[in-house]
Design a protein around this ligand. Structure first.
Ligand SMILES: [Zn+2]
Length: 357
């Protein structure tokens, strides 16, 4: 029997050494609870993985979980809000950093939940945060990576849309702000609302469209808050990674044009570092290439802004599992495998980028 605290570490140890494993009872405590008739949703706070990662969670549960990480790892983790959503929800970010604050470190930014319905992206961002914290001081390489960088994880970029996809419309994508629509269409596509090459194509000026760019760039407070936060630290941000789903792709700029940026060769090489590492665990195949090359034209996206405006060379959009079988409604038993493979990719990227600094 393995404790929840050690589960992820043991699992990685086994897979690194190609030792086959089979989980007989995933959560003994839970099995006992169920046997005893307790509500399995009781006492969410303070739960450790894998329990937390065996299902998708509402926003308040995610915030509680982030704060529980802060309490559990007071020397490494802290949470803070970078602003409020349209409906007044906190835009909560988890910072992971070791050592005294005096030293300025390179930054890695990872966000998820830009589009409401893409639940796996929020779960995966939290999974990365959990791994970083669990493995600090246990794995020398992870410890070095954490010490070297300052990590910011923002798991739910669009909290109003995320909640709406839980309560009302599972396929909701946009924010929930009021628009100029006369028939009451709400929300802006948060990944068409960034100021760089805003409305250059692949977006719509119709408020009822699911790719509505908004009346002006940064009309959405959720997006403006991230832009301010990143721009204030732009010279230190060495990796900007935004998680979306689905289609299994590691996308590089540009999204607004079919032309390739001058750094494309480096960006593509780095994207391949990520997809090769990712594939090594379960064989999941992620394609790598620019957004327009692999997907479609999409202007006003965050990775184009991070690269084109803030000058962050390694700005990627990762489209997580799957390739369409379940699409946005990815079964919750894929949260951990998806998180594991992404974790390997993030580790590889962080080490590779470090070599250039
Ligand atoms: Zn998306």
């Amino acid at each position: 029997m393995v404790s929840t605290e050690r589960y992820l570490v043991v699992e990685e140890l086994l897979s690194n050494n190609s030792i086959q494993k089979e989980v007989m009872i995933e959560n003994v405590a839970k099995a006992i609870e169920v046997e005893q008739g307790f509500d399995e949703n009781d006492e969410l706070v303070g739960r450790s993985p894998p329990t937390f990662f065996s299902s998708y969670h509402r926003l308040d549960e995610i915030h509680k979980y982030m704060k529980s990480l802060e309490s559990k790892y007071p020397k490494l983790a802290s949470t803070f809000s970078i602003g409020k959503s349209f409906e007044g929800q906190d835009l909560l970010v988890l910072k992971i950093r070791s050592g005294k604050e005096t030293k300025k470190k390179p930054i890695i930014w990872i966000d998820g939940g830009t589009h409401g319905r893409e639940w796996i992206t929020s779960a995966s961002a939290l999974y990365i945060a959990t791994k970083l914290l669990n493995e600090y001081d246990l794995d020398a390489n992870i410890t070095k990576l954490i010490d070297f960088y300052e990590w910011y994880i923002h798991p739910v970029v669009n909290p109003d849309g995320y909640e709406y996809s839980h309560t009302t419309d599972r396929m909701w994508r946009k924010t929930r702000s009021w628009t100029v629509s006369l028939i009451g269409c709400r929300g802006v596509d948060p990944n068409r609302n960034w100021s760089f090459k805003w409305n250059y194509g692949g977006s719509s000026i119709s408020p009822c469209s699911h790719v509505y760019s908004g009346l002006i760039p940064f009309s959405e407070p959720e997006i403006k808050a991230i832009a301010n936060f990143i721009f204030d630290r732009k010279n230190r941000v060495k990796l900007f990674l935004t998680l979306h789903s689905y289609s299994q792709m590691w996308l590089t700029p540009w999204g607004w044009t079919h032309e390739f940026p001058s750094d494309y060769e480096d960006q593509h090489k780095m994207a391949n570092v990520a997809v090769r590492a990712l594939r090594s665990l379960y064989g999941s195949i992620f394609e790598s290439g620019s957004t327009t090359e692999l997907l479609y034209t999409a202007s006003g996206g965050s990775d184009d802004w991070a690269y084109g405006y803030a000058g962050i060379k390694y700005s990627f959009t990762a489209e997580l599992r799957d390739t369409g079988k379940h699409g946005f409604v990815l079964p919750s038993n894929q949260i951990i495998p998806s998180g594991e493979e992404l974790w390997i990719a993030v580790k590889a990227l962080a080490s590779e980028i470090r070599k250039e600094l």
